[in-house]
Write a new protein. Structure first.
Length: 214
């Protein structure tokens, strides 16, 4: 079975869920997560040749995109997905609850309350450089997970430049990195909208990297 590594290696974003109301400093927690980028073969039509929605086989028009050929990848793609592990050995996947099965190829949900610090231990098991860039949390530059320029390193594509600050944007294959993200009450939806006392806010994370060819 032939598979192809796509340019957008990141498929799953991690979901950051921040619970509202906040905690007193004495009760704030440091929440540890162990996340790896793993390569998997993802089948977009696992029921092929049957179309479960229509209750009949896929027709000619659909099969054009599902069959592999000289100019078609087919229905199976080689993807890199975020997966959660139970500890720093990265040997045992954390089992998802039935309520989380809807996530599919998406990564795990990382939960925290306002006042907490999220410590994400990341390992890159993929063949390309990958990192994690969060939204809706606070962090130092070393935990940003995205490139940025300085006076001495002005080329965001120059990942090997000596003066390029370390941000965790490009963790090399087989490498590891630790991010620290603070959950404060500032990142709220809408203009001057407080976090609901019994609700939560969900943010996506992304992989911030430069474009690369297929």
């Amino acid at each position: 079975m032939q598979t192809v590594m796509r340019a957008s290696l990141l498929i799953c974003g991690l979901l950051l869920s921040t619970l509202g109301s906040g905690l007193p400093p004495a009760l704030a927690a440091e929440r540890l997560y162990y996340i790896a980028a793993d390569e998997v073969v993802w089948d977009y039509a696992p029921s092929y040749p049957d179309n479960p929605i229509m209750g009949e086989p896929f027709g000619f028009e659909e099969s054009v995109y599902l069959k592999q050929g000289d100019d078609r990848i087919g229905r199976r793609y080689l993807k890199a997905v975020y997966r959660e592990y139970t500890d720093g050995s990265f040997s045992t996947h954390k089992v998802r609850s039935p309520e989380e099965n809807y996530l599919g190829i998406l990564g795990p949900i990382l939960r925290a309350e306002v006042g907490d610090t999220m410590v994400v231990h990341f390992r890159n098991n993929a063949r390309l450089s990958i990192g994690i860039h969060p939204h809706g949390v606070f962090y130092d530059k070393s935990s940003e997970g995205a490139h940025y320029s300085t006076e001495t390193a002005t080329d965001p594509d120059g990942h090997e430049v000596q003066d390029m600050p370390k941000t965790g944007a490009d963790v090399k294959p087989g490498g590891a990195y630790t991010y620290r993200w603070e959950c404060r009450s500032a990142p709220v939806p809408g203009h001057r909208t407080p976090i609901p006392s019994r609700g939560s806010i969900t943010r996506m994370t992304t992989k911030a990297s430069t474009s690369m060819p297929d």
